[in-house]
Design a protein around this ligand. Structure first.
Ligand code: ARG
Length: 430
């Protein structure tokens, strides 16, 4: 019996060639799987092209809602941004696609899955690791890693010789990956990190300098998940689409990132993620209102950890599952509204309110109604500062610490220009 392979199929040139290549090299029956994750990722006529390339069956799965609800929202609730800036659009999509590959493989009785990733990116790692976490018995074939590497011209000839329908898109100077959480764009002139990204590297956002006058929107959250815009309740997909359009029109969500890939390479990527930029800013602002300072501090560690696990393709790890459980629990009170100002490329929180707010105006106010006990601050500081007083007493002047590479400069006054004004002695009257 022929080996059956399920190929993650975008409908582009490379994966179309891969269908024929897998059949020829492995004498395999090829089933394609195309996952619609929004953002324009679904190419017109993919199933037809898959069949023309020799697939025995072509699956097209609309996973937009699952993607946003079960992948993007948890990353948002965790404030997960790789290296502090990348909202992880591509990285979040991979475990979902891998999961669907495994499910289709099991349904079809296939022994292998395949993907079109090269051997020097993160995505191959994410696909391979996620697939084996879910089904260790499946083989993973990446044609690009095992000899399929054809130039664009060779691929076009290869496809033409086999009657494979080709996408009628003109060759892009970039390598692009898209889903509704963001657009990732790399290679070409972008490979020089000193070169400013040309206008054609962007597709979702206007030049911030050319954006219209600033606007303010209100984003509503329930339990850490966004649920409304300007009071209108929207499902996850509609909400993200709306914010991508709105944010994009104001130049919001551009990120120019020299990032550290899992395989050890520094690479330069241009991201556009208007909805993610707006929602991350809003979510953090609302958390600041409703979570304790200790939870917020711990969340920063978790954010960092989850971003790294997601980037590194460890989505289905026990550590990620457990951290995610913490995040879902910690975020259960993150309900309320945030005003967000979209202003020439920036998305900034301009105000927040919540029925679960921990902000107490009577404690915070400098006006009338102040409920804070000023006198008790003295006792608090006495105890709070105790360790520092003990330390200073033990070591003498802190600056006189011997042998340290760096010490406080004490005293500072002799080195500074000091103006001293004394009262002018007025001559005694009389
Ligand atoms: N560097 C990003 C990541 O690893 C995006 C890669 C997307 N691929 C692309 N051709 N731009 O998550």
């Amino acid at each position: 019996m022929k080996q059956k392979v399920v190929l993650a199929y975008s409908g582009g040139l490379d994966t179309s060639v891969a269908v024929a290549w897998l059949r020829e090299q492995f004498d395999a029956e090829v089933v394609t799987l195309t996952v619609d994750l929004g953002g324009g990722s679904l190419r017109e006529g993919v199933e037809r092209r898959a069949i023309s390339a020799g697939a025995s069956r072509a699956y097209v799965v609309d996973a937009k809602e699952t993607f946003v609800r079960d992948f993007c929202w948890p990353a948002l609730q965790a404030n997960a941004l790789y290296q502090g800036v990348y909202p992880l659009a591509t990285a979040l999509a991979r475990p979902l696609i891998a999961q669907l590959l495994v499910e289709v493989a099991q349904k079809e009785g296939a022994t292998a899955v395949a993907h079109g990733c090269t051997g020097k990116g993160n995505d191959q790692v994410r696909f391979d690791v996620a697939t084996h976490a879910l089904d260790p018995g499946l083989e993973v074939i990446a044609p690009m890693r095992v000899g399929m590497g054809l130039s664009r011209e060779q691929s076009i000839d290869y496809a033409a010789a086999r009657g494979i329908e080709l996408p009628i898109t003109k060759a892009s100077p970039y390598s692009i990956d898209v889903n509704m959480w963001g657009r990732s764009c790399e290679t070409g002139v972008l490979e020089d990190p000193w070169v400013a990204p040309p206008a054609d590297a962007f597709a979702w956002t206007v030049d911030p300098g050319a954006a219209p006058a600033a606007v303010e929107i209100v984003v509503g959250f329930e339990g850490g998940a966004p649920v409304s815009i300007d009071g209108e309740r929207l499902g996850p997909v509609a909400l993200v689409e709306r914010l991508n359009a709105l944010g994009g029109a104001h130049g919001v969500g551009r990120v120019d990132h020299v990032e550290d890939r899992l395989v050890g390479i520094k690479s330069r990527e241009i991201y556009e993620a208007p909805a993610a930029a707006i929602l991350h800013a809003a979510h953090r602002a609302l958390q600041g209102l409703v979570l304790s300072k200790d939870t917020l501090r711990f969340n920063r560690l978790v954010a960092h950890e989850i971003a790294q696990l997601t980037y590194d393709g460890l989505w289905f790890s026990a550590l990620h599952r457990d951290l995610r459980g913490y995040v879902a629990s910690a975020d259960r009170t993150v309900s309320g509204d945030v005003r967000v100002r979209l202003d020439h490329g920036s998305a900034t929180a301009n105000g927040r309110r919540s029925p679960l707010s921990l902000y107490d105006r009577n404690l915070a106010t400098y006006d009338e109604g102040d409920a804070f006990d000023h006198a008790s601050a003295v006792g608090f500081i006495e105890i709070f500062g105790l360790p520092l007083r003990v330390e200073a007493a033990r070591h003498g002047a802190v600056g006189a610490h011997h042998g340290a590479a760096w010490t406080w400069t004490l005293p500072l006054l002799p080195d500074l220009r000091v103006a001293v004004t004394d009262p002018v002695a007025t001559p005694a009257a009389g």
